[in-house]
Design a protein. Sequence first.
Length: 467
Amino acid sequence: MKTPLTRRDFLGVCAAAAGAGLLAPHLRAGEAPAVLRRRPPNILLLSTDQWHAEAFSHCGSPWVRTPQSDRIAAGGVSFARSYAADPVCCPSRASWITGRMPSEHRVIGNGFPILRALPDFGQWFGSHGYETVHIGKWHVPNRDPADSFHRTSGDHPAGQYCDSSVAESARAYLLGARPQPFLMHVALMNPHDICQVGCMRTNAGELPVSLDELPPLPDNFAARPVEPRTLVSRVRNSPRRAPLRSWDETDWRLYRWMYYRYCEMVDATLERVLDALDATGERENTLLVYTSDHGEGLGHHGLYTKSFLYESAARVPLILSLPGRLAAGARDERVFASGIDLFPTFCRFAGIPQPSGLCGEDILAQHAVGRSARDALVTSASFGGRMVRDERYKLIRYENDPTLQLFDLVADPGETVNLAAQPAHARTVQALLAQLDAFEARLTPFAQPAGGTSEIMRQYRAGTLET
């Protein structure tokens, strides 16, 4: 394993690149360039919910058509090594807005309350001269978006009912009068509606299409590498996944077919947002970021939805587009990107300071020098799960669980063989565990009450939680 690149080493590389004129103008060390001081840049974060990282026609899938997502990819840089900070809605979204890991912001599962003391990017940019806007799904417990953004609208209904109105609201804002630079989050809901399908036996009646039109099962559908008991009991055998026990191959294939239809449904709404952004005349001064809060099992390893650390749920799409300053249609295979990186990236791009304590990295700076600031990336998950991956290997560990998982993502991208118990890989396991521990040692975890996480929720529901 190569010698780890320290944060100080990486910053030195960035500084050297800036001095040599290798960084884009907005990435130079020190202050923002004159053109951006005269006209502060805009930031548009466009997010979907539960989008598998490869569920796009531009990724080669013949089972889905995503012309608007493809349009974004054709105009920007796609990051192949992009992961959710935690592959479930609330923790991932809280990490987006705070630049912190779940063990820091306290949203360690859906429904857990965020620490009020931590600033979010809406509050931060609002205090640095930006008009801040949030439209669509929020899903950050213990914080009202109206306390974070100047303008808010949206709710949390099914995507088929809200995504069109969210896109229309975003369009109206973009085409209106805006005296200040803006930071806007347009948070679309689909393909999350697939969760409704997952609560029933899909093939209960006549198929909506012929059997030949249903996508095949993924190659690793039947893969059951030696799994931690926590994963088996809390995810694979959880009550919410009980319907899967009666599913046959046709059910799974129909599930996949319906998932792709939800992808296409929300993709169609993107056109209004993208056309409006182009019509503002500010496209070249607007960083467009396109991502999802987590992935989707989609039958890989015989699982659906999220909350686990296999690639299908943990990896997320991430595209950054900035005409004239980022290559169009490029694919970055080097940078390890995480949801915690959005906040520091936005700050650096806008030329404003960032709050102290952020644990993420600047994605644009890493891409500019062609090298990741990390030698390994860490993702957390419900039930005490942690994932750490480097250039080749990926390790999964659950708290108080003796079974580790180690996968060779180069030789075995489908994660079908668990190498953790093989003596030949003992040093790799130890090296990755050391990387994981080193990352977590840099964090500032929230203070656990005497009663643990159950006491947090008890106080939150009772309205007695202090922060």
